[in-house]
Design a protein around this ligand. Sequence first.
Ligand code: DGL
Length: 258
Amino acid sequence: MGIFDSGVGGLCVFREIKKRLPHESIQYFADSHNCPYGSKTKEDALSLSRKNIEFLLEQDCKLIVIACNTVTAVAIDSFRSEYKIPFVGMEPALKPAALQSKTKRIGILATENTLNSRRFKQTFKKYATGLEVFVQPGYGLVELVEQRTQNSDRARCLLSQYLLPMMDKGVDTLVLGCTHYPFLMEMIKQVTKNRITIIDPADAVANQTKRLLTQFDLASNENHHPLFHFYTSGDKKIAQTFIDHAIKTPYILEQVNI
Ligand code: DGL
């Protein structure tokens, strides 16, 4: 199966999928060279994502996880009608946040493209009744993660600017609506002094992937020896440090220009 993201963010999703599906071989593509997608035009995000899908299909992937909220928001419907294989996408987890919040005030941190998408507006309409929702584009955060400066003063400063005003308004639950943001988890906890519940949908996506593999009769059996192959269009060393966090077993990493 394949997983892709605009960069290293989707490795948080990879980690959960590997836990839930230990017998599956996984090919992961990180388009770090073209990252971020969150501020690109919808057309550019769509055509870059199409290239990523074609690349994973060339590697014989039977199912693709779009480990990127932005691409899911702008393109998953097109891809589902264009390609025969099943796709799993990512969405800001408003519903679980609504269940957890006591103040019924929720913050959502996501990219500009995700927040402006029709798909997000539909989710919002469906689940935001009875809630006060504070949406905040995470300008600059993805770039910090991609440069491996997620623990820098700049990260602290941006997160304070984005999250403290929400907390002043009584937000007790924060939805991470971008797969790069879990890499900022430590800094988010510091800035918010551990006073908010943080919702990351990666494990729900792993469960959904398992369900779809079973439903389409695509799951590998227990004797299958899984292989893990990572591709990046960006810096191989940076990718390697993130991958080393996500996986302790041997893997292959290649730099590719697709
Ligand atoms: N990791 C991505 C997401 O979940 C994309 C971030 C970006 O490229 O702007 O939205």
